[in-house]
Design a protein around this ligand. Sequence first.
Ligand code: F0G
Length: 425
Amino acid sequence: MADLSLPDDPVAPPVADRGVWLHCIECGETHPPFDAVIYTCESCGGLLEARYDRYPGFDAFEGRGRGVWRYAPALPFEAGVSLPEGDTPLHEAPRLERELDVRTLRVKHEGMNPTGSFKDRGMTVGVQVARELGVDRLACASTGNTSAALAAYGARAGLETLVLLPAGKVAAGKVAQASLHGARILEVDGNFDACLDVVSELADRGEAYLLNSMNPFRLEGQKTIGLEILEAFRDEEDRVPDRIVLPVGNAGNTAALYKCFRELVAAGALAPADVPALTGVQAEGAAPLVEAVESGADDVERWDHVETIATAIRIGNPVNAPKALPGIRETGGTAVAVSDDEITAAQRSLAGEGIGVEPASAASVAGLRKLREAGTIGADEDVVCLTTGHLLKDPDAAAAAGNDPEPVPTDADAVVAHLAGDGGA
Ligand code: F0G
């Protein structure tokens, strides 16, 4: 019988001539990246970020295909465990653009990644690091999307995967994904922050390799969102957006975009004055980062009780705040909190343009609307809203926000009569 099996995915070696190390953002200590498992600074416990001996400009990406690995010259490897991810659409949204009265509105729909959220960009790099390190078990805490992505990428890599989820607080589509991709789902009687406390301790004890966003390599993959947006604006309009508006939970994506911009500035590919203003949006019931931005505090105060329809960002202790707060401040951005009703209204507005997103994603558009009404964002701005997860992630929220099904008889005349009457109103 013919052997139709495919060889295993190749394990990409670290690029021999690419210097990469981990740098502590608090004390400046440096650490080798792949000698041993390391998540935070061994000297002071601070967050780490990947640093390189050189930073590429846009010309380094030309002719390299599409998706996250197009940007390999800006990443620690040439390739990773890939499904593949990235190359998501940058939609026009003409009705919303008119209604919100901004010069340009584009919607970068990260829900179009293989598992339906931006987390895939981080996992293609993060799970590759796990392979480099030779670990055999992966883990994360999650409000849902990280668990779905880790389950899929862990399965692809043939590694055991544990996900810790807040019981009863994760949208159905995400649990279904983690389950079918074969993760062990450990339900915790507590919120996301409690799950993260537990999984961090498991990781510290060497029980599993941690792939939450304090793992600096997750953010390396996620910074490609910024590269895609800036490349698209360069190609189409030869300019840079004034602002990127995004939902914030752990603030990993905010930190990743800030890193993307700083690296492009270091490469001489982006003028400091052109760096887009990072604008974070949280739900009113889970807004510790907004509180810190508004008060000017250097640290975020943990919220013990959090609640919102946008369960993906139901987070009270944004672990990447030390990276994200400077990002918001130094790019001239801001942060704003929106109500659940404002989130649902924005979800409907996006859906009305054919763009189906989960509630957390719609927070970006709700935040733009609020800041536009307040005059914080001007009518002359080119704005990109990030929509981070697909509508089907949270079918219950979509059904609640959308039209109810109308029962009709199995008869065309009756259906026509129904349509003519007020039954469809
Ligand atoms: N949007 C969606 C759809 C998310 O799933 C998340 C985070 C965020 C926004 C916030 O991104 O944490 O980088 O600020 N979800 C994580 C998870 C926490 O477990 O899936 P962030």
